[in-house]
Write a protein that binds this ligand. Structure first.
Ligand code: DX5
Ligand code: ZN
Length: 221
């Protein structure tokens, strides 16, 4: 399976967002991870539909939105209109998960579910069976901020999720998010992740080109 590296613009310089995304795209990055936080589901507040819409004409990269908000349903139409390609919602935030994922797909976007470190995946069976689960995002830190340390138990969770997917013949992607760096990239891929979100380590020292190159080098080894 092809490995996708998804830089999170949470660690970008917001005063030159389009430049940062274009620099990443020139280095071969195909997908950008958009962390939307509302100050309720998590303490932090980032950006919303308006910023994404402004960024859209500046890049051809896939826009992957990670909603850390208490009411994802209220954003679905706006995200589709802003040119977002895929949306993941937190299982902990969605009372009517089935309905929320259906709404995302009806707007023409790919739908996925995010699991906090203490949340299990077995109940996702009910949305997976009906084709609503195209991605599972395993949080390897508590959501809300960049620059936190990878929680080691995440590796076992990714392995178990990959086994569960194989046993049931499901097709969803496995994305991992939080504390990924040059030292643990191989660990999460070997565990079964095929889509890796990288925030602070991708923007480290503002050396975007060097950092992308260093991560790709690890994939080639
Ligand atoms: C955290 C966000 C992440 C964040 C990752 O809540 O979901 O996408 O940007 O940043 P790092 O890679 O620094 O942990
Ligand atoms: Zn994220």
């Amino acid at each position: 399976m092809e490995i996708i590296l998804s830089p999170s613009i949470l660690s970008a310089d917001f005063s030159c967002l389009a430049d940062d995304v274009q620099r990443l795209e020139k280095c071969g990055i195909k997908q950008i991870h958009l962390d939307i936080m509302d100050g309720h589901f998590v303490d932090n507040i980032t950006f919303g539909v308006g910023v994404i819409k402004s960024l859209r004409p500046h890049t051809k990269t896939v826009f992957d939105a990670h909603l850390m908000v208490t009411n994802p349903d209220s954003l679905t139409a706006g995200l589709a209109d802003a040119g977002v390609d895929s949306v993941t919602v937190h299982k902990e935030a969605c009372i009517h998960l089935y309905h929320t994922l259906e709404m995302i797909q009806k707007k023409g976007m790919h739908s996925g579910v995010v699991l906090n470190p203490a949340t299990g995946f077995k109940s996702l069976r009910y949305v997976a069976e009906d084709g609503l689960l195209e991605k599972v995002l395993v949080m390897s830190v508590e959501p809300g901020f960049g620059g936190q340390a990878y929680l080691p138990a995440s590796t076992e969770k990714i392995k178990e999720l990959a086994e569960w997917r194989a046993e049931n013949g499901y097709k969803f992607d496995i994305q991992v998010d939080g504390g990924i760096n040059l030292n643990n990239l191989q660990t999460v891929i070997q565990a079964g992740a095929n889509d890796v979100v990288i925030g602070s380590s991708m923007f480290k020292n503002r050396q975007l080109e060097k950092n992308v190159h260093d991560f790709y080098h690890i994939l080639e080894v």
